[in-house]
Design a protein around this ligand. Structure first.
Ligand code: GLN
Length: 213
């Protein structure tokens, strides 16, 4: 059975743990570096990336998490977690720590205060039909992606402020995958639709199978 650690310094880690357990995975909160021992996958939840980043450094978790990612452990960031995983974020606070693992540039709070929270039915070809009901809570946008990054979903109606959008009208990128790294700008853990968690557990199974070969 897959063992998934969920970073539990701040934010909505409980909902992730709940969804993973409902799918039969073993999931536990991670607050200390030793709680990363033996995990097959890691989730960095939504919350506030500036606070979570600082706490990660304070708790001595930033380097262990980087090491875990470097050896190929599947890691999924949702919302603030996506910001933390990203190589760069346009409007990071001065000194905001990032894990800089996923080759994307994000913009925090990209959908503006008036759109701080909204929901949208998002076509996600990797998950099949029906569209995924996505809840955005002061979420980021992905402004650009590196060559190795696969775009999993775009928000077709451009709901964000004009300066946050560098796309060509194809929609704003809100879900990406780069090998063992997954990032979603929204919150699949709050909707009761487990398909993104299943998708992530599939990545974890794939990585374990590769290790055993
Ligand atoms: N706005 C938050 C940030 O910049 C993210 C919000 C969320 O995770 N729901 O970290």
């Amino acid at each position: 059975m897959a063992r998934i650690g969920v970073l539990a310094l701040q934010g909505d880690f409980r909902e992730h743990i709940h969804t993973l357990r409902a799918l039969g995975a073993v999931a536990h909160p991670v607050r200390l570096p030793r709680e990363l021992d033996g995990v097959d996958g890691l989730i960095i939840p939504g919350g506030e990336s500036t606070v979570m980043g600082k706490l990660m450094v304070e708790y001595g978790l930033d380097q262990p998490v980087r090491d875990l990612i470097a050896v190929g452990t599947p890691t999924w960031g949702t919302c603030a977690g996506l910001i933390l995983l990203s190589r760069a974020t346009d409007n990071a606070l001065a000194g905001q720590p990032l894990l800089a693992a996923l080759d994307v540039r994000t913009r925090r709070n990209a959908f503006g205060p008036q759109r701080a929270s909204f929901e949208a039915d998002l076509p996600v070809p990797a998950l099949g039909d029906p569209p995924f009901h996505a809840v955005f809570i002061r979420g980021p946008a992905v402004l650009s992606v590196g060559a190795d990054v696969e775009v999993l979903a775009r928000l077709e109606n451009l709901r964000h402020t004009s300066e946050s959008n560098e796309s060509t009208g194809q929609g704003t990128i809100v879900a990406v995958r780069q090998g063992h790294l997954l990032g979603t700008a929204f919150h699949p853990e709050v909707t009761g639709d487990p398909r993104f968690h299943e998708y992530f557990l599939g990545m974890v199974r794939g990585a374990r199978a590769e290790q055993q070969m």
